[in-house]
Structures are given as C-alpha cells and as structure tokens.
Design a protein around this ligand. Structure first.
Ligand SMILES: [Zn+2]
Length: 166
C-alpha cells in the first residue's frame, strides 16, 4: 500500500509527489475523452498496489443518459468486473475532480484504499468540501486522501469546457 504517496507535500523532489502527478496526467487524458461526447471532462484511473492500471473511466452521463455514469463509478466497475470481486482493497483511485457523494460512497463500498484528486469541488465535493465521506470514522472503511494534485490543470479543463458551452 503506497500511503507514502498520499502525504500532503508539494516538494518537487519527493518521488511520491512526482508519481502522483504522473498518474494524475493519465486521469487528465481520460477526462479529455469525455469532451468527444460533450460530457463534463472528469477522468479517473484506478491503480492496484503494484502500480498497474486496473480500471479507467470518464464521465459518460450525457452520452449514456445515465446519472450514475461518473468517471469514478466507471473505473471501479471496470476493475471489479475484471477481478470478479467487489472488494478493491489496496487500490488507489486518481480522479481529476473531488468526488461527489455518490462516488465517495462507491469508493467506501468498494474498499478502495486511497484517493488522490485534482480540483476541489466546493459545490458538490463529498471528500473534503461539503462532506468527508471517505474519512468518516462512523463508516466501516476509510481511505487515505490527498487532494490538489495538478489542481490548476484539472480545474482549467473544467473552466474551458463551461466557457465553451456558454
Ligand atoms: Zn460522482
């Protein structure tokens, strides 16, 4: 379990910080794929404890007409399907935007070990902004959380999308 990478530090020489950024860039690439079908660009990539990608997803809400088709749910579903297991212990999810209540709940239910996110979401974020679902001691599972990784890039992608739509 790579909890070391989840420490809150901006030290550019810290290998954990550099690894987080490298992985977040994959989540940003995934977010860009949502633009093809006019969905809000949010992307997620799930890594196992050995650092292999075991699930990826981007927002497909508009494309599928599915309110549950958020990036995080897509990535979790892909990994669980391939493993044939609902438990995703020891995995770490990288996502470009702070998860909403549904996705934060899905991460807890899937027993995902860690969460690294990019931009904060003051309107709907359920990890640190509005609620703290992933670290709530009343629930039976908690995640190691690190926010703000490549925050500027992740937020810019969203800002550009909403500006174009206006
Ligand atoms: Zn969500």
């Amino acid at each position: 379990m790579q909890f070391a990478v989840l420490e809150n530090t901006d030290d550019d020489t810290d290998p954990g910080v550099l690894l987080d950024r490298e992985r977040m860039r994959l989540a940003i690439d995934e977010a860009r794929a949502a633009l093809v079908h006019e969905d809000v660009p949010v992307g997620a990539v799930l890594f196992d404890a050995e650092g292999h990608v075991i699930g990826r997803g981007h927002n497909r809400r508009e494309e599928r007409g599915d309110p549950l088709a958020h990036a995080e749910v897509e990535a979790i579903r892909q990994a669980a399907r391939e493993r044939g297991l609902w438990r995703l212990d020891g995995t770490v999810l990288y996502v470009t935007l702070e998860p909403c209540a549904m996705c934060a709940g899905a991460l807890v239910n899937a027993r995902v070990g860690g969460l690294v996110y990019g931009a904060r979401d003051p309107r709907a974020g359920a990890v640190e902004s509005l609620y703290t679902i992933c670290t709530d001691a009343r629930l039976n599972h908690r995640l190691a959380v690190r926010g703000g990784v490549l925050e500027a890039e992740c937020a810019q992608l969203l800002r550009d999308f909403f500006r174009r739509r206006r």
